[in-house]
Ligand binder design. Sequence first.
Ligand code: GLN
Length: 268
Amino acid sequence: MSNMLTRRQAILAGLGSVTTLGLAACGGSSDAGSDAAAGTVYTIATDTVFAPFEFTDESGTYIGVDIDLLAAVAADQGFEYELNPVGFDAALQNVQSGQADGVIAGMSITDERKEIFDFSAPYYDSTVCAAALASSDIASLDDLNGKKVAVKNGTQSSLWADSLKEQYGFETVTFDDSATMYQDVTAGNTACCFEDTPVMSYAISTGNVDFKLIADCGADSEFATPYGFAVNKGDNADLLAAFDAGLANIKANGTYDEIVAKYVQSVE
Ligand code: GLN
């Protein structure tokens, strides 16, 4: 299934995304997972920009919690992969259509998605939130009446916005990626955006955006869902078993905590 391009070829082809081959070392695994996955090259789809889970450094190399987790799991389990950062909604579609074997993209484990995907064990807890420009007079959901708000296509936070729009009297405008959505709020076109809380908090704390949080669904909400790695339902059982086994190993040996601490200030 792999459609290998070197980074240079990808750039020359104008794909606008970087193709990475993760090289797996033979790790001394305590949990062997699926031997069938070892040595296989999988295609893994991810989001384009969703810091601190996936984003690029100054040289255009993909980094982030998801990227490092995948690399550590692959090394532990002895499989290889090609990373395809195609955007969140596209990543889910690529897995469903068989263009990708798996997806790691800060993807929320939901009951609806369990109908079409098989998920790994959860690896990161999340809630969803709304954020407005720090300088704006929008202080809570009550201030959104008659306003337009920005949401990202196919996400849990967009579903949260949908569930609130009648009560608070706002309209949603949909974007394909988080960066464009933030730009729209910064430009003043939309009154706020809806996003995953760890991602919005990271963008605010790094100064990437000059936003303030105005609402959060809270940990008890049906929209507070942890992230998981996913494959198409019924497909790639070996890859899923290897991911779960590798995740358990890197949690046990401290690698998971190191990865999270590298990107997120306080490890929850
Ligand atoms: N966690 C959210 C979801 O799964 C958003 C993921 C993303 O935008 N990459 O819907």
